[in-house]
Design a protein around this ligand. Sequence first.
Ligand SMILES: [Zn+2]
Length: 138
Amino acid sequence: MTETSTPATIEITRRELAAAMGRGAMSKCPNCGKGRLFSGFLRVAPECDVCAEHFHHHRADDAPAYLTILIVGHLMLPFILGVEEVFEPAMWVHLVLWGTLIPAACLALLRPIKGAVVGMQWASRMHGFGEGKPGSDA
Ligand SMILES: [Zn+2]
């Protein structure tokens, strides 16, 4: 009598990266797209209030701030140089104009970028988001 053994297989459901990042950018749960991702302006909720997906695994750290500065800097620099080249305004105009627009742009982008980073981590099963499954580092 021969005994055949099959290796244990664990099915891993595929998580769509673009959809998860988009849901996160819209401050929605990357899993269901309905629950809230944030419990404060930048505080990530411990879990989804609809599907109970845990969010405490996220390690966004400085990535959202870094990406926000990178994007805002690249978006604003041509306008700053263009305004200086065309209008040559006084320095106080630069201070008022860019001192208002740059922080406003950073505040507008920081939360969507953080949500997208958390969504990316969730879709990639990083930091325990794939808990108990191969490939996770939990
Ligand atoms: Zn959810």
